[in-house]
Design a protein around this ligand. Sequence first.
Ligand code: HEC
Ligand code: HEC
Length: 260
Amino acid sequence: MTIVSRGLAALTLCAALAAITGCENAPGYPRTVEVDRPEHQLDFHTLYSQNCAGCHGDNGRGGAALPLNNPALLAIAGTDHLRSVASKGVKGSLMPAFAASSSGMLTDQQIDAIVQGMMREWSKPSAVAGTALPPWAVGPGNATDGAPVYQAACARCHGTNGTGTSSAGHSIVDSAYLALVDDQSLHTVIAAGHPESSTPDWRSYLAGGRALTAQQIDDLVAWLASHRASASTSAPSGSPAGVAAPASPSMTPSIRKEKP
Ligand code: HEC
Ligand code: HEC
């Protein structure tokens, strides 16, 4: 199993169990915190470990979902976006909605305590100072323009076709993988990096210390997205030969994400 499919399998199991017991009580989960959820609980560590650690890892690292203990991610997202994601979840993904107003179990105050806690403990403005931050939201990109950016920024680890190398084993152009992540998540991974896997962030992919521009990130997302197998999404017309998405509908995994 690849790293990604193992991660996704763990998440799926976790999400199934969460419906019954809450992720933190899943078998194999390192700790069981037997606390009911009093609305006055405002301690960051308690709230984080009860609600987020099961997927995002203890202390924001080492979970099956993306590491939140990442100064670049926290800086690019900012408190407003973090609050909105924690409240409403990510539609079509395993990221749940936590706000009582979205049928979650947390008050707005508790969500705020989690967001402020992540910012207080894990953000590090000095680590991202000096380079303009890319926007959080993915914008329109061009797959053709993304192809050379991919070669310059990503191929050394992910291989010239994106199908992986021994250092970054799995393929990032696999249609089953791409069916499970939306463009926003790809944008997040490229912009903010993945500190546990030595995936750089937007500042350090290119030689010579040049940061990726916002447009280059969007073009990279478009290039990756052009590999999605989907009957409904045809590859962009400018897509280079060999990059067009396979058209066979039978390749379309059944667990497709909804478009937000
Ligand atoms: C059941 C697993 C699960 C739990 C529990 C969970 N998350 Fe997530 N989270 C995910 C997944 C999966 C993603 C990636 C979603 C996607 O495809 O964009 C994610 C993404 C995120 C993102 C990035 C969103 C983006 O726009 O890229 C943030 C921020 C986040 N989660 C915060 C939290 C916080 C805070 C908590 C606890 C209150 C939490 N998550 C609990 C699974 C989970
Ligand atoms: C220094 C090596 C390195 C470079 C350069 C690099 N990556 Fe990665 N990347 C990795 C490794 C290692 C992983 C495996 C992370 C994991 O699955 O835990 C990864 C994972 C990913 C993932 C999957 C994340 C997930 O959801 O699990 C995507 C998408 C990705 N990289 C895109 C890119 C793109 C696009 C670029 C170029 C802008 C890039 N990477 C450059 C090493 C690299």
